[in-house]
Design a protein around this ligand. Structure first.
Ligand code: FA5
Length: 340
C-alpha cells in the first residue's frame, strides 16, 4: 500500500462510523499495515531493516491522516447537530427513578424507633477478626456454638462476620469509660447456610446493646415490645422464651404475635399459614450481656449490667409485606422489587 492509497482511503470516509472502519482496516489488530509490520520478521535479514522502516513510516502516516480526518468529521458533525432546530414539542424521556429496598425500609423504621428512645447508630466492619466475632463473645475455637454459625474464613484468619454481635465488643471497648451505652447496629452478615425460604447465605441483622447501672430483663422486654409495636403496629405482643447464646445470660428467643391472625393462630376457621397456627412469629435472639463479656472488654460487671439483641430484618420484612421467601429480597427481580 502506498502513502497516496492510504490518504485516499482516509479522506474517502464521509462519517465518523466510516472512518472507524477504515482505521480498523489499516491499523487495527488485523489491519493491513499492522500485518505488513508483522511480516517484516519473516524477511531475510538483509531486507529487514529497510522493510521495517518503510512499514513504520506508512503506519505513522496512516495514524496522522486518521487523526486529521477525525478532527474534520467531528467538527462537521457538531456543526450539523447545532444547526438542527430543537423540537420543543418532542415527548420527553421518562427517567426511571429508583426507590428504597424493602429491607432498607424496615431497617429505617427500626432505627427511627430506637432513635426516639435515645439510641445511636454504630457501624462495624463486615470483615471481622475471629476474636471480635467469636472469642470475645465467649465462643472459643472448640465451642459447639460455632457450628450454628458456620462460615468462610479469609487468609490471615479473619472472616466475613456471621452476626452483628462483634459490634457490641468494638463499641464497648471504645466507650468503656464513657457509659452508658445505647446503640443499634444494622449491617450485612454471612453464613454457610443450606438456603431455604427462611435462610439465605447473606442477610442483614440489626444488633442492639444497652449497658448502664441497674439494667434488667424487664428493660429488655419493654424495649423489644416498643420495637415490635413500632414496626408491626399497635397491639403487637412480644413473648420471650428461654434460649442459649454463650454471650448472654439469661438468653431468650423473642416471638412477636402474628400479624395475620393477631395471635389467635386461626384465619377464617383454618390454621394461620404464616405462623403455622401457633399465633407467634420467631424473630430474633436476645439476653442480658454475660458478665464475662463485660470483663473481656474491661467493664466492671458488678457495677454495670446490660442487654443485647439481634434480629433479622428480612424476616420482619417478609412478615410485614407478606413475602413467602426471604431469598426473594436479593434476587435481581424488578417485578418483585418495584412493588415497594
Ligand atoms: C444471632 O445471630 C445472635 N447473634 C443474636 C443475638 C444478639 C443474641 C445479641 C443475643 C444477643 P441467630 O443466629 O438466631 O442469633 O440470628 C438472629 C436472627 O437473624 C434470626 O432470628 C433471624 O431473624 C435472622 N437470621 C438468622 N439466620 C438467617 C438466615 N440464614 N437468613 C435470614 N435471616 C437469618
Amino acid at each position: 500500500m502506498t502513502e497516496e492509497q492510504i490518504r485516499l482511503a482516509v479522506t474517502g470516509a464521509k462519517s465518523l462510523d466510516q472512518l472507524e472502519l477504515v482505521r480498523v482496516e489499516l491499523v487495527g489488530r488485523k489491519g493491513s499495515l499492522t500485518e505488513q509490520l508483522r511480516r517484516v520478521g519473516d524477511l531475510p535479514a538483509a531486507e529487514r531493516s529497510s522493510a521495517g522502516a518503510e512499514a513504520n513510516r506508512l503506519r505513522l502516516a496512516a495514524e496522522a491522516a486518521l487523526k486529521l480526518r477525525f478532527a474534520e468529521l467531528r467538527a462537521a458533525a457538531t456543526k450539523s447537530e447545532l444547526s438542527t432546530p430543537l423540537d420543543l414539542t418532542a415527548p420527553g424521556v421518562t427517567l426511571a427513578l429508583g426507590h428504597r429496598h424493602p429491607v432498607s425500609l424496615v431497617l429505617d423504621e427500626l432505627i427511627e424507633v430506637f432513635w426516639q428512645m435515645g439510641y445511636q447508630v454504630a457501624d462495624g466492619p463486615e470483615v471481622e477478626t475471629e476474636w471480635h466475632n467469636f472469642e470475645a463473645l465467649n465462643i472459643p475455637e472448640t465451642h459447639p456454638a460455632r457450628d450454628m454459625q458456620d462460615t468462610f474464613y479469609l487468609e490471615g484468619g479473619n472472616l466475613p462476620r456471621t452476626h452483628t454481635s462483634g459490634v457490641q465488643i468494638r463499641f464497648m471497648q471504645a466507650h468503656k469509660d464513657d457509659l452508658p451505652i445505647r446503640i443499634v447496629s444494622p449491617g450485612k452478615v454471612y453464613r454457610n447456610e443450606d438456603e431455604d425460604a427462611r435462610h439465605s447465605w447473606s442477610f442483614y441483622q440489626i444488633e442492639g446493646l444497652v449497658v448502664d447501672e441497674g439494667i434488667s430483663l424487664a428493660d429488655l422486654k419493654g424495649t423489644l415490645e416498643a420495637m415490635m409495636v413500632g414496626v408491626l403496629g399497635e397491639g403487637t405482643k412480644v413473648r420471650l422464651r428461654p434460649n442459649y447464646f454463650p454471650y448472654t445470660e439469661p438468653s431468650v428467643e423473642m416471638d412477636a404475635s402474628c400479624v395475620i391472625c393477631s395471635g389467635t393462630g386461626v384465619v377464617d376457621g383454618a390454621s394461620c399459614k404464616l405462623c403455622s397456627g401457633t399465633g407467634w412469629l420467631e424473630l430474633g435472639g436476645a439476653g442480658m450481656v454475660h458478665p464475662q463479656v463485660l470483663r473481656n472488654v474491661g467493664i466492671d460487671p458488678v457495677r454495670y449490667s446490660g442487654f443485647a439483641f439481634g434480629f433479622g430484618p428480612e424476616r420482619i420484612a417478609a412478615i410485614k409485606y407478606n413475602v413467602g421467601d426471604v431469598r426473594e429480597f436479593w434476587r435481581p427481580n424488578f417485578n418483585f422489587l418495584d412493588q415497594f
